[in-house]
Design a protein around this ligand. Sequence first.
Ligand SMILES: Nc1ncnc2c1ncn2[C@@H]1O[C@H](COP(=O)(O)OP(=O)(O)OP(=O)(O)O)[C@@H](O)[C@H]1O
Ligand SMILES: [Mg+2]
Length: 460
Amino acid sequence: MINQPKILVIDDEPLMRISVADALIAEGYEVKGVESGREGMDLICKNAYDVIMTDLKLPEVDGLEILKTALKCFPKSKVIMITAYGSVDTAVEAMKQGAYDYITKPFSMDELLIIVKRLIEFRELEYENIKLKNEIGEQYTFEGMVGNSVKMQEVLEKVKVVADTGSTVLITGESGTGKELIANAIHHNSSRKDNPFIKVSCAALPESLLEAELFGYEKGAFTGALKQKKGRFELAHSGTLFLDEIGEISPAIQVKLLRVLQERQFERLGGTETLNVDVRIICATQRDLKKEAKQGVFREDLYYRLNVVPIHIPPLRERKEDILLLASGFVKKFAAQNNKPIQCISEKAKELLFHYPFPGNVRELEHAMERAVILGNSKEIQPADLPDDMLNFYNKDLKTSIKISYAEPLSKAIEHFEKEFIIKAIDETKGNKTLAAVKLGISRKTLWEKCKNYGLDKAK
Ligand SMILES: Nc1ncnc2c1ncn2[C@@H]1O[C@H](COP(=O)(O)OP(=O)(O)OP(=O)(O)O)[C@@H](O)[C@H]1O
Ligand SMILES: [Mg+2]
């Protein structure tokens, strides 16, 4: 079941918008109502709505454009067009383009609720299908990317849909979340796959060098320019250019880039000939460019040119279901590379990995597994094979907080709680088990047994 289906209502008539939203909220849906198409498009790009209801006729951005964005950004959204009496032809056209249904004004709330309920049931079926796939162990992998979580599956689906469109893509996410891997997957699933995939790390080069790298230069353009050199834009012709860490480029280069994006034209440094290129652009950044554009730190016009299709990769701590799957994959890979017999991870080490917040995301997990495979002496990865950061976090975390996670059954959660409770009591009594047992209201023998079960006797 979807926890609480999310619905977006876009209508510039306040009365209509509010009454539709109220009726849907009363049914238990999470509803957001907005009046402008632009605001709606913005939300659609950032959130996965189960159902989008939009008026067909809106000032500025109309319902058909909203439909297009919805299909591009989150293809699983079901779009319902609200049309005025007499514009049924356009509504039918919208359905041909991928809308799920339309409803003609004036309509009764009952009529509307029936349509929405049917769509939500359909969404739930799709959702169950994905879950079932996971349960029967069908791993969701794509181009070497592993991800069992619903969040990651949504990312991968978006990658598949957008790959062959040629649209500019902006990939965002914390360090080590897999931005470069996604950029690779997009290129290799596009019709440009046999043409060049050129990568430029914008943070690695100072401004003048970056400009020369991107656009190339003519002989004599500057001291040291001994012969003509093609830039990365030219080299990427008919293929894809991946501009990594795009948030780091200087204002001067932002202007130049904007021109290439708008006109697909540029000149080499020191040159007069205007060159035309056919390049698909993919960018990546860890920064919040939208915020920076609003603050005037990054050009707003460039931001909108780059953010045609946004793909956000959530940090690993927000998709904990992926941790163990990724970890096992890495163990197998590094064991094969290093000729080690290790094939799995002990239960204790799994627990530790599961609770760790992974500030360095997948890269941190990958390095930890590589190290563990190389250092490990037994057939299974043990906690002692993991980096100190992980061990320390686990010990500290257990003493100070109780982690609530629905990824484990109640019986396991109770065990965790009990363990934390005991550790806290032993800590507070500075290791005096008799006093700790009194505090906990259990006999010393029971405490001793529990400590043994939880492996706490070794810690003290
Ligand atoms: N879903 C995944 N499945 C398998 N491997 C992954 C996945 N995501 C990331 N990785 C691995 O994690 C490492 C980091 O990924 P990548 O370099 O793409 O991250 P990034 O977001 O570009 O990081 P940074 O912002 O630091 O440049 C790579 O070795 C990559 O292969
Ligand atoms: Mg990267």
